[in-house]
Design a protein around this ligand. Structure first.
Ligand code: AGP
Length: 607
């Protein structure tokens, strides 16, 4: 999704801006641009990758103030004109903007009537012309941006550069923006990843904040006037540099990082002595856990699939109702909120607009929300103010892998904690924990010998569609496998609870149709095998993900991929890994851009 990077200091701005854009690339985008102040404002922008932009940049660009942008098209197609930065008509003001201006149509119309010629089809361009009207009428840079934003509805993270002033004006409303403070230099970005190699000192702007950023100072105020309470935060860079570590793609690296990431997530949280789990960030005492009426979990995409596993685990271990919700639907369905319930917002980036809106809806109705988030200090983490960091480390590939397994692990930890408070004995808790401790090693064991993935790829890569089936905890694993293959290999995939297959999707099956079946040795096994028979009887080819030693089941399969055995509750942490590898290698076989699939963004900051 769109990204912003800005710099003001004594160093040459252009190389820093381009480097900043490269660090934002993983988020997904379709064009990029920079503007540097050098007497005039020099804009360079181009559709395609940052490397395409680099090709059109002059060898040397003077100037030590500039702003830059990666665009993910919302208003207007992917063209050079629609790429940011946008310039005012006299070329004295440049703007980059993330978010959506809801009343842009009316604003553009009024500007056109006043004689402005708009160069692009974007909502963002209207803002720069409105700011220029303010400047022409004698307003200061900050005041012109403030007056403009007071006439606008929608969301923004934006930076504005002025030819006549040595500063950057920033503002945030619903789209993240972070200011980094260095020695005699300042940085702005929509993503901490782009800043952490420069500084650890940040101002994490809140919605409604505006800032004047200079080399030596950062002055933060509120859009409605008055001072902001946003203070300096030191972010421990626990992540360091996210490099490829010898892997050809981030996705493959992140798949292989799962055992270590999982260790980070569970270390110190498994409470063997009490047969329970410790989650320090959850403000939930035993009384609350005992009396809570229900649990609701909210997320999108991969996070949603993790919540579905959480739902089943919580119901199973704690014997209370739990429901997983699609975040983008939640707010608009005017949900009834019980303030005594426990709500979880699950998100890798912590910036997903749909999930954030759901959090705000719950809070508005008196409920409190716990975040289950990867990115430390992200908007969802801060808005919730309580929760669990999943500690996956930086996830750069658009297709989420290690965040999924750690979201599932975190929700399982909560299920153990609440289950132990309400329902099961210390001995049962200890037995689950003993199994949990083994999972990172079992993942490692599987990754050393992942089975006939390439044979599975041969079956799916030219298929019209692929069906994924599973029951119980394996149904969301099927959904996650289907999502992965769809998003990076562009193959239409359907995921169904295996029993539901005969109620419709079975019509799709013909000779050779690939069906991926997730089959741990659980109470659903026999029924899932029956569904597999139904598929085979219609000519389908079965790719079976099963537990080691299940010889009987493999007789039904065309390709069988064994994963190590573990207790039922923990099976998603292992059965999902082959689906990730199938997606990865299929995308490679089809020549797709694995880490940056078309049209997708790593963090989706618009609703
Ligand atoms: C995952 O592979 C997807 N790229 C996507 O579905 C993602 O999980 C979703 O957009 C939610 O993102 P979040 O976890 O950052 O909130």
């Amino acid at each position: 999704m769109c990204g912003i990077f800005g710099f003001i200091g004594k160093r040459s701005a252009a190389p820093l801006l381009v480097d900043g854009l490269r660090r934002l690339e993983y988020r997904g985008y379709d064009s990029s641009g920079i503007v540097v102040k050098n007497g005039n404002l020099q804009v360079h922008k181009k559709i395609g990758k940052v490397s395409e932009l680099s090709k059109i940049l002059p060898n040397h660009i003077e100037g030590n103030v500039g702003i830059a942008h990666t665009r993910w098209a919302t208003h207007g197609g992917v063209t050079d004109e629609n790429a940011h930065p946008h310039l005012s008509q006299n070329g004295d003001i440049a703007l980059v903007h993330n978010g959506i201006i809801d009343n842009a149509r009316g604003l553009r119309k009024r500007l056109t009537e006043r004689g402005f010629h708009l160069e692009s089809e974007t909502d963002s361009e209207a803002l720069v012309h409105m700011i220029s009207i303010g400047i022409d009428s004698g307003q200061s840079p900050l005041e012109s941006v403030r007056q403009t934003l007071n006439r606008v509805t929608g969301t923004w993270g934006l930076c504005v550069l002025f030819k006549e002033h040595d500063l950057i004006v920033c503002a945030r409303n619903g789209s993240p923006l972070i200011i980094g403070k260095g020695e005699g230099e300042s940085f702005v970005s929509s993503d901490p990843h782009a800043l952490t190699q420069h500084t650890q000192s940040f101002y994490l702007l809140e919605d409604g904040d505006m800032a004047v950023v200079t080399r030596d100072g950062i002055d933060i105020s509120r859009l409605e006037g008055g001072a902001s309470s946003t203070g300096l935060t030191i972010l421990e860079d626990e992540w360091g540099e996210a490099d490829m570590a010898g892997f050809p793609h981030y996705m493959l690296k992140e798949i292989h990082e799962q055992p270590e990431a999982l260790r980070r997530c569970i270390t110190g949280r498994l409470d063997m002595a009490n047969g329970s789990a410790k989650l320090g960030g959850l403000r939930l005492d035993p009384l609350r856990l005992r009396t809570v009426p229900h649990v609701r979990l909210i997320g999108c995409g991969t996070a949603l699939n993790a919540t579905k596993i959480g739902q089943l685990a919580i119901e199973s271990l704690a014997r209370i109702p739990a429901v997983a919700h699609v975040a983008s639907e939640f707010r608009y369905n005017d949900p009834v909120i019980n303030p005594n319930a426990i709500h979880f917002a699950v998100s890798q980036s912590g910036e997903t607009a749909d999930t954030l809106s759901a959090v705000k809806e719950i809070q508005l109705k008196g409920g409190d929300v716990h975040g289950i988030v990867n990115v430390v200090g992200s908007t969802i983490a801060r808005t919730c103010g309580q929760g669990v960091y999943i500690h996956s480390g930086p996830e750069q590939a658009v297709a989420s892998t290690k965040a999924f397994t750690n979201m599932v692990a975190s929700l399982l930890l909560f299920a153990i904690r609440i289950g132990r408070t309400r329902n099961f004995s210390r001995e049962k808790g200890q037995s689950i924990i003993k199994d949990f401790q083994r999972i990172p090693d079992l993942m490692e064991k599987y990754l050393q010998n992942p089975g006939p993935i390439d044979e599975a790829v041969e079956l799916v890569k030219d298929a019209k569609s692929v069906l994924f089936l599973g029951r119980g905890l394996s149904a969301p694993v099927a959904s996650e496998g289907a999502l992965k293959l769809m998003e990076i290999a562009y193959i239409p995939c359907l995921a169904y609870p295996a029993g539901e297959m005969k109620h419709g999707p079975i019509a799709l099956l013909e000779e050779g149709s690939p069906v991926v079946v997730i089959l741990p040795n659980d109470k659903h096994r026999e029924k899932t095998i029956a569904s597999m028979h139904e598929c085979r009887a219609r000519g389908a080819k079965i790719i079976l993900i099963h537990e080691e030693g299940d010889v009987e089941a493999t007789e039904e399969a065309d390709i069988s991929i064994p994963v190590p055995s573990c207790s039922y509750l923990l099976t998603p942490l292992l059965t999902v890994v082959p689906t990730q590898l199938i997606a990865y290698r299929t995308a490679l076989a089809l020549g797709c851009d694995v880490d940056r699939p078309r049209n997708l963004a790593k963090s989706v900051t618009v609703e």
